[in-house]
Design a protein. Sequence first.
Length: 128
Amino acid sequence: MNAEESIEHQPEQGSSATGAAEAMLEPAIPIARISHEVSDQEFEQVVRGALEVVEGTLLFKMKTSVDGETQHAAAAVVGLGEGRQFLLLTLPATGGQLKVETASHSRSPLAGIAESYAGLMDVLKAAA
């Protein structure tokens, strides 16, 4: 089974990307389950597949260690302007369930980095 086959999509509600994100991405809802060691490329494929459903944009991804457990983490944004939401997506490197949570509900320090990163990108776009 490949990473794309393991994604379970929730039905979309509302017409906007932000509405879809709110309906699909409540704090820590499991989105995909992978039962093997996950490579960086496979994690990115799963994340991009999940974001495609809600028209989201990947901001960055990295590997982190939490309580001795290595996990893949990614930050993303859904929506535009004032209505945009920042998301944190995590998956244990040993496999398991992809979890997606809004940055506003996350306890991870990466949540604040996601908003700062997006703000930096806004400034760079305006300066270009």
